[in-house]
Each structure stands twice: as C-alpha cells, then as structure tokens.
Design a protein around this ligand. Sequence first.
Ligand code: AMP
Length: 408
Amino acid sequence: MKKKTIEDLQVTGKKVLVRVDFNVPVADGVITDDNRIVQALPTIQYLIDENAKVILFSHLGRVKTEEDLKKNSLKVVADRLQELLKKPVKFIPKTRGEVLESAIKAMNDGDVLMVENTRFEDLDGKKESKNDPELGAYWASLGDVFVNDAFGTAHRAHASNVGIASLKEAAAGFLMEKELRYIGETVEHPERPFVAILGGAKVSDKIGVIENLLKKADKILIGGGMAYTFMKALGNNIGTSIFEEDKLDLAKSLLEKANGKIILPVDVVVTKEFKEDALNRVATYKNIKEDEMGLDVGPKTIKLFKKELKGAKTVVWNGPLGVFEFEAFAKGTKAICEALTNLKDARTIIGGGDSAAAAIQMGFRDEFTHISTGGGASLEFLEGKELPGVTSLDDAPACDCGDDCDCE
Ligand code: AMP
C-alpha cells in the first residue's frame, strides 16, 4: 500500500513534528560523516519554504547511563544542521517540559527547532525505545501533523516514530519516500538481469535477505566473512577464517535451493594475523593453510564478479567483500565500487551500514543510484519484512486519475 507523503499534507503555518535519523558517527565531539543530515535536508528545506514550523526529533546512540547523556547530546548535530541550512536551528536541551513547550509556542513560520536526543527518555525505563504510550501522546501533543523521514529507524517501533504517527496525520518525508521507492520498488520490480552482492561478517545476519533475494535476483555474489561458512559447507579447508558452525547446514541448503544462482569466491587474500599491515598472499579456496584466514576476495574472484555484473540492469549490494577497514584487504570492496560505477545504465543500490560507509569512504558517494541511510532498516526491507515506522504512516489518498491509470 502506498503511503501518504509530505506533499499530501497541509503544512503552511502548522507545527510539523518531523522524525529524522540524525544518528551520525561522532568522535571527540566532531561529526565524522554527516550523510544522514545532508540526506534529510530536502524535507526540512521544503517545510521551511512552505512556512511551516519545523520541530525535529532524532535519537543519537544508545542512552543507558548518566555518562551517555553528556556524550550523546544532539547539540553538535543542531550546530551542523544550522551550517547546512544557513539559518538558525533552535536547540532545546530537553525532551519534554516547560522550556520545550514555550520555545515551540514562540516559533514563527519557517523556524526550525530541534528537541534533545529522544533516547534520553530511555534512561528511566526505555520510554522511547519501548514506545511508551504516554510519551508518544505527549510528543504528538506538541504539533499538528507528523512527517517521518527517519528510514534508518523505520524497523523499530519507538515513541518518536510509531507512537506519534498513530495519533497524528502522518506522512513520509522525501528521504523516506526515496528509500521506499529505490529499495522497495527495485527489489519488487527489478529490471533484469538483477544481481545482488552480499558480504559482511556473518551469514546469520543475512539469512532472511539471502532467502528473499533468491526468489527475486538472477544471481547472488557472496563475499566477505560470510562466504567462508558456504565454502566450509562445501567441504573446503578455510583455515582460521571466520565462519559459523551452526549455520553450515543452512548454508548447504541455501546452496541447493540456489541451484547455481549463488556465486562464491574462487580465490581469497589470506594472512596469519588480523591486523592492518599483516603479510598476505592470494590463495585459491582449495589451498588455504591451517593457520591462515581470508580477509578479502582475490583477483580471480574480482574478475569473476565483474563478469557476472556485466550487463546487469539492477544491482543491490549489502556488506563489504573484505575487511575494508584495512587498506590491504579493501581491494575487493573497492573493485566492486568501480565495477558498479561503470555500469552506466543500471540501477545501483547500496544497503546502508558498512557497505555504504565503505563506498563513501572510498570516494564513491555520488556514483550510485542510491546509497541507503538505513543499516538494519534496509536489511529488514531487503528481507521483505514490513517496517513499523512505515506501516504506521497514513495510507496515500485514493487515486483520482481515471479508470485506465496504473496507480496501485
Ligand atoms: P556487516 O556489518 O555484517 O555488513 O559486516 C561488516 C564487517 O564485516 C566489516 O567490519 C568487515 O571488516 C567485516 N568483514 C568483511 N569480510 C571479512 C572477513 N573475511 N573476515 C572477517 N571480517 C570480515
């Protein structure tokens, strides 16, 4: 079912509650990647241009101790947003109470206000994360309508997304809409050939994704740490490479079900130590030594994966192909970034999390059709699961464009 979007709402002069996902990485008080803030700008700018009063909610990190209150204030994010918008963002260091309420009352049309980290409400009984009804109702009472632009949190039912949405007219923001369109529609109605690339540390995190994509994709290329469980399931010696003993049977049955759709590495880069500058060599998966672990895919695999990607019209990628954090083991992941960049007429979608971080870190931020802002959310979406942050939004108004239109 299509969902109501921000453009379906009357927002002029209204107090618009907006859930964004500004859960950005912060090191020593400095934001190290502002992608999530940048991606939410179209929604915020649209509301400013429409003369709405924009009230922003987000979480930042987890909040379990008093120390986390100091570490995870959204003040640093409000400052960055202010620079990006080139207009003041009033930061309220509270999640409820008189100070917040009077600041909202004092807002003029087109003003932007940011509420403190919603997870500060978790310190005393996980009110935000458990979707406490009293908290959701309180936040809903602060505004007129609700926009959810936080795709990264859409797989969670929290007070600041589902709680508010269930009490207000609720619509998707532009980023949420873009994520649903790119990931959802791409997977449901892919132009073929459709190739999926999966990597990352563990198979167990991606079982649902593999099962769902086996039904939809033409090929699934598997690299990263998760490939070793499959290789071992096929009876190969994988040395000390990462693998999951309890997933060997599952890996075997997935390979049987895949009927040739799953393509595994044919060679890997191995080393004896898990460290940045460890000596390494290329090994076929038939001659990995007992004391060696594979930390990247090898050159023959890169060639094979590139061949499989040739002519692809749709590519969905989730999970790095090696330990990309170490330069010596980042070659496979980088080669895939380059290969996707060269697929000129393909839709290339990167699920969030580490593969998005890797692609951005390697300088490919603008080279894909879409890099998702959601890690867990994009994984669950690729599994074909419903996301509570999305289902809680109002359905789109019925189409009135005539009998022969193709609206759903
Ligand atoms: P995930 O969050 O499941 O996508 O996993 C990402 C992590 O997998 C990254 O931190 C990579 O360093 C790690 N990774 C990728 N390939 C390997 C490998 N061969 N051995 C161990 N870790 C790996």
